[in-house]
Structures are given as C-alpha cells and as structure tokens.
Ligand binder design. Structure first.
Ligand code: NIG
Length: 377
C-alpha cells in the first residue's frame, strides 16, 4: 500500500532531500520531491499547506511505574527542593502493582505521546530495584517501547548498603535484564550513585554488549558528563549544571547532550545551557523525561517551545534536537529524518510552519500522525 502526500506547505526532512510531496510505501518513505514529479501511488492525501516534519523521537522516558506524586509536586511548588529520594515512593508503588497495571500505564502514556506526534520512544526500568521487579519492568517496557534501557542504578533502595547494591546491579540483576534491553544507564548524582559506583555498573553493562547512557549533572555540577564522555556513552541526559570543561568535553565527543527542560521547570531548577552547548559544537537532543516524579509530561512540543522561548535555541535547532537529535542519542539513523528508506514516521502540524510551535505556545498543533506508514490520527 503506497500513499502520496501532497500540499506540504513546509517540509522539514533533517536530510539532503527537499520538496512539497512524499510517498510512503509500506512502513517506509519511498520518495521525496516536488509533486509535479511524483510517482503513482495507491492513495493520495492533500495536507493543504500544512507543515510536515519527522515524528518526535523521545529518547528519555520512565514509563514503567505505578502510583502518583502529586503531593510531592505540590510541596515543590511551595518551595521544597526536588531530591533523588522521591524515586523510592514510586518504587514501592511499582513493586505493589500487577503486570497488567504496569503494562496499562505504559500503554496509556505511549498512546498519549503518539497523539501529540511522538512516533519513537525510549523507556527505562528503574522503579523495580530488585532482580524480579527490574526484569518484569524490562519485559513490560520491551513489549511496547521502541528502545529499552536498564536503570537498576537509579537509587540505592532505602535501607540497603550501597556497595552491596552496586554489586547486585552489575552482577545478577544485569545478567537477568541484559537479554531484554539495548541500553544501560546510571543516575550519577549526589544522593544516587557516585563516579566509581556508576563506572562499575556501566563497565559491566558494556562488557555484556549494552550501549551506555548516563543521567548526569541534574541537580548540580558533578562527574556524570565526564564519565559519559570517558566511556563513550551515546548520551548524557539532564546536563542542567555544566562546567566549561563539561561543555568542551561534550563538544569534542560523540556523546549527545540530552536536555530535559520540562523536568527542570517541574523541579524548579535552572534551564540547561543549550546555547553554550550548541555554540561550542556539542550535539543536543531534547526529550520529555516523562515520569511521575520530576517531569510528568509526554509533550515534546512543550519541550520544543520551552527550548525556543527560554533556552535561546532557534525553532530549527529545537525541532532537530527533538527528532534527529533524539535519534542520534539512541544511535538510530532510520528515525528522526525524512528520506527514502527511513521509517515513515510523520507529524503534520495544523500550521503552515514549525515556527508556530513557539509562536503559538501551548496550542495543540498536531493535525495528523503516521507511524511506520500507518495513519494513527
Ligand atoms: O530523570 N533523575 C533521575 N530519574 C528521573 C526522576 C525520577 C523520579 O523522580 O521518579 C529523572 O528525572
């Protein structure tokens, strides 16, 4: 089944191809160009001057959870600081939930994101924190998400000895979870895991063949970025507090700086230094960090809007970061881009240009979405 899409008012491809029309064939983009030269297709859809871009690639979420942290959010808005310790509240609720309840939470948030144009999503374990609950989190995530990350090193479970827990994560837990995931991550931050503990977990994961990611520099400057670059991690996520040396290290590495502005707003932190990163030559991605504690949104458009209005990214930089940047953070070349051979993941805006994402903040602008060549809304 092939579909010719015409009438594209502005086409963002993140690639060398340009035009005002494209053809989807099955799950892939088959052709991009000007409508006058378009090949025949089974069906034709005229988007009547709307902007078309790749679907959002959300490279950082924590969707395998149960429970609610509204009260903690309320306390934060009244002035209480965010700390890593809140994770334990979600761990208790997640351990108590059934498999079906957890799967329903994942399903609900992926569907919510898809309606807003997110066609590719990563999610993590990290609210199980024992072998059985991390394995079931990974299994439930793998049934629904495009990419899955093992985050056993999210928090030392309250009451447990840190070094004993690190040994468990890099030993028995990693052995059990590794077959279900592509990535391993650590929360390298005060109150979670220090440099040595984080490195031990990541090195064990790399030895198992997993790709590496790091949560770092979220609550203050620290060793997360340095560690990520040293180990060749695909991405270091948060990057809210960076030293000049961190920015230089990122700029001269293949490690993507994944910024999570909705999290910084929801935890009343500063916004990350996107301009300094981009000006230094670092690769920047934007992601939602959807989770019940620090960032309870699935809206990539909100992240793009914030990046433009408050982080001094151009609309083009922000849209690239939320599509191709997310793909690069996951080391994928088949998504976040429109070109022949790429996955047919398209986001049609009810607007003539991507500029409207910042010009009309808060307005739901998703008109229609194709994922793997199928129109979903
Ligand atoms: O990315 N920073 C660590 N993990 C999550 C927060 C999880 C939580 O508070 O439940 C994050 O912000």
């Amino acid at each position: 089944m092939s579909v010719l899409i015409t009438g594209i008012g502005e086409l963002t491809t993140n690639s060398e191809v340009t035009g005002d029309a494209l053809v989807i064939d099955g799950a892939e983009i088959a052709w991009v160009g000007n409508a006058g030269n378009a090949p025949a297709a089974d069906e034709r859809v005229d988007v009547e001057g709307r902007a078309v871009l790749p679907g959002w690639v959300d490279s950082h979420t924590h969707l395998v959870f149960a429970g609610d942290r509204t009260a903690e959010f309320g306390a934060r808005m009244a002035g209480k600081p965010y700390t890593a310790g809140g994770i334990a509240v979600t761990v208790n609720a997640t351990r108590a939930a059934t498999d079906d309840e957890l799967a329903a939470v994942v399903r609900k948030h992926i569907a919510e994101a898809l309606k807003q144009g997110t066609t590719f999503i990563e999610t993590k374990t990290g609210y199980g924190l024992n072998v059985a609950d991390e394995v079931r989190s990974a299994r439930i995530a793998a049934e629904q998400a495009d990419e899955v990350t093992f985050l056993g090193a999210h928090l030392v479970p309250p009451g447990e000895d840190a070094d004993t827990y690190v040994d468990l994560v890099r030993g028995e837990m990693l052995d059990a979870v590794a077959p279900l995931v592509r990535w391993a991550d650590v929360f390298c931050e005060k109150g979670a895991f220090d440099y040595d503990q984080s490195k031990a977990v990541l090195q064990a994961a790399a030895a198992k063949g997993l790709g590496l990611r790091v949560h770092g520099n979220q609550l203050g400057e620290g060793p997360g970025v340095r560690l990520a670059v040293e180990l060749g991690a695909a991405s270091v996520d948060h990057c809210t507090y960076l030293s000049a040396a961190d920015i230089d290290a990122l700029a001269s590495s293949d490690t993507v700086a994944t910024l999570l502005p909705a999290c910084d707003l929801s935890t009343r932190q500063s916004l990350p230094p996107a301009r300094a990163l981009l000006d230094a030559g670092a690769t920047v991605a934007l992601a939602s960090n959807c989770n019940p504690g620090s960032s309870y949104t699935s809206s990539m458009a909100f992240c793009v809007t914030t990046a433009v209005l408050q982080m001094r990214m151009s609309v083009e930089e922000a849209v690239w970061a939320a599509t191709a940047g997310g793909a690069q953070a996951l080391r994928r070349t088949d998504v976040g881009v429109i070109r022949p051979g790429a996955r047919a993941d398209l986001h049609v805006l009810d607007a003539p240009s991507i500029t409207h994402l910042a010009y009309r903040p808060g307005v739901p602008l998703t008109h229609s979405v194709w994922r793997r060549g199928e129109r979903t809304n």
